[in-house]
Design a protein around this ligand. Structure first.
Ligand SMILES: C[S@@+](CC[C@H](N)C(=O)[O-])C[C@H]1O[C@@H](n2cnc3c(N)ncnc32)[C@H](O)[C@@H]1O
Length: 251
């Protein structure tokens, strides 16, 4: 073999070596990027600590499922008789505590989001917050009016105080929060009761594992505090104060 042929073979060998090494570096970088993507059954907000359950095939399907439980006549009978006083007592304790913290007052205009038969609204009235109303898919006059919390039927900056223990029922958490921020006045308070350490029932549309996604969603509010509570299976109270310009939910 001539020395010219030997030099061509050596050059080809090094060229192939450089190309193979480049390909290997490219492939390893690509797989690292893919692995950084969260693995989940549904949409993921704030890392992987808020997951939308994939069970609903359409919005109608979601509403229909929620209504199945809320309109059940036997359950409504229980909620308005056996459960009535017991739930009002517990809610009364929560709202009295918020009054002591100066987060709620008798002059507050208050909304309870997802109030079903309105025990939380009744409790607000009993602690002296007379201008209180509830919102739910099913009305329960005079305590609860009909409406979807993904598109609240209220003007911007209507309320001083909003309470909800149904965040887990939101199919679109960013709309749920966006609507609360839209209808709260500047300086208004939102109190959520959520379940972090146990999974809620089959009517829940999302699963929350920490308060971080809530803090991200409440992007027009200050996070005031969270604390452990015992609220009908919901273990954490999370409190925000609205600060910034109105956040549009884009629904
Ligand atoms: C677990 S129950 C909570 C009832 C009430 N807050 C209580 O503690 O007794 C959930 C409620 O959320 C309501 N809900 C579910 N999806 C809703 C939506 N998109 N808009 C308004 N209410 C909704 C249901 O109708 C149901 O009454």
């Amino acid at each position: 073999m001539s020395s010219q042929a030997g030099s061509i073979i050596t050059r080809c060998f090094f060229l192939c070596l450089v190309l193979s090494l480049s390909c290997l570096v490219f492939l390893s970088l690509k797989s690292t990027i893919f692995l950084k993507k969260p693995i989940s059954g549904g949409n993921v907000h704030g890392g992987s600590t808020l997951k939308i359950r994939p069970r609903y095939t359409s919005y109608d399907n979601y509403i229909h499922h929620q209504l199945q439980k809320t309109t059940n006549p036997k359950l409504r009978e229980i909620w308005t008789t056996r459960d009535w006083d017991r739930k009002i007592r517990v809610f009364t304790q929560f709202f009295s505590d918020l009054k002591h913290k100066n987060l709620l007052s008798n002059s507050s205009k208050a909304l309870c989001v997802g109030a079903r038969v309105g025990q939380e609204v009744e409790a607000l009235k009993r602690v002296g917050v007379c201008d209180s109303i509830g919102l739910d898919l099913v009305p329960y006059p005079p305590l609860v009016i009909q409406g979807d919390f993904h598109r609240q039927p209220f003007d911007d900056e209507t309320f001083d105080f909003e309470f909800s223990n149904v965040f887990d029922h939101a199919l679109y958490p960013e709309k749920f929060v966006g609507e609360i921020q839209r209808t709260l006045k500047l300086g208004g308070i939102c109190v959520l009761h959520v379940a972090l350490s146990r999974r809620s029932d089959k009517y829940s549309a999302n699963d929350l594992y920490s308060v971080e996604p809530l803090i991200k969603l409440f992007n027009g509010s200050d996070f005031l505090y969270s604390r452990k509570v015992d609220g009908f299976g919901l273990d954490t109270e999370v409190v925000f104060r609205r600060t910034n310009a109105i956040q549009r939910s884009g629904f």
